[in-house]
Design a protein around this ligand. Structure first.
Ligand code: ZN
Length: 210
């Protein structure tokens, strides 16, 4: 087991630009040496996915209830969720540095995305016809299907070359750089960006003193 502090210094942040990237960023610090982990149970995965707009409120409530009724299954889906998170981070981190992602990571994402898509139905509402997972088809894996599907969407989109990893040495968050001149370097300017600025300032003042 990794030794990770239970209480993070901040709540879940949504700065990745896509559900799957925000999911990868639910761990703080580096993946080898995390400073905190926002996902400590199946309920945390549901809470994250609702917060990131991957599930509506009523669905999140139903899933949380089902997890309470079947804690063993929920624990197994939680483990799968953590494996999916590592696969997503592995794939996007590799792509951000111009390397080929691992086949096993792509397979895990693809399987979860395909499992969700196989259950989708064509439904009509006022805005038109679209694909949707039926409410009666709720399975505990549903948040993972939504997240994997988001990962597959980014991976197969024209935005893939906008995927970057935070420039900080102590942060491995991944994000979509949607700035016009593709100049975004930090997961969050007010967080990693400011820390880097403060370090540069300290280095400069140290250099000025000698
Ligand atoms: Zn960062």
């Amino acid at each position: 087991m990794r030794d990770i502090p239970a209480v993070p210094d901040h709540d879940i942040e949504l700065s990745g630009g896509a559900l799957a990237l925000d999911f990868a960023n639910t761990v703080g610090g580096t993946h080898v040496q995390p400073t905190h982990d926002h996902l400590r149970s199946y309920a945390d995965i549901v809470r994250f996915t609702e917060l990131a707009d991957g599930l509506d409120g009523p669905t999140a409530k139903r899933l949380a209830r089902r997890a309470e009724q079947d804690p063993r299954r929920a624990a197994a889906v939680y483990e799968l969720g953590i494996a999916l998170r590592e696969a997503i981070w592995g794939v996007f981190s590799a792509i951000a540095s111009g390397e080929a992602p691992r086949d096993a990571d792509l397979a895990l994402i693809g399987d979860a995305a395909a499992a969700g898509r196989a259950r989708e139905r064509l439904v009509y509402d006022r805005s038109g016809v679209g694909w949707s997972l039926p409410a009666d088809g709720d399975a505990l894996e549903r948040p993972l299907w939504e997240i994997a599907s988001s990962a597959a969407d980014v991976l197969t989109s024209a935005e893939l070359d906008r995927v970057k990893e935070c420039a900080s040495d102590t942060c491995e968050w991944v994000f979509l750089d949607r700035s016009r001149n593709r100049s975004r370097r930090w997961c969050d300017m007010s967080d990693c960006g400011n820390r880097a600025k403060a370090r540069r300032f300290q280095a400069k003042t140290r250099a000025a003193r000698v």
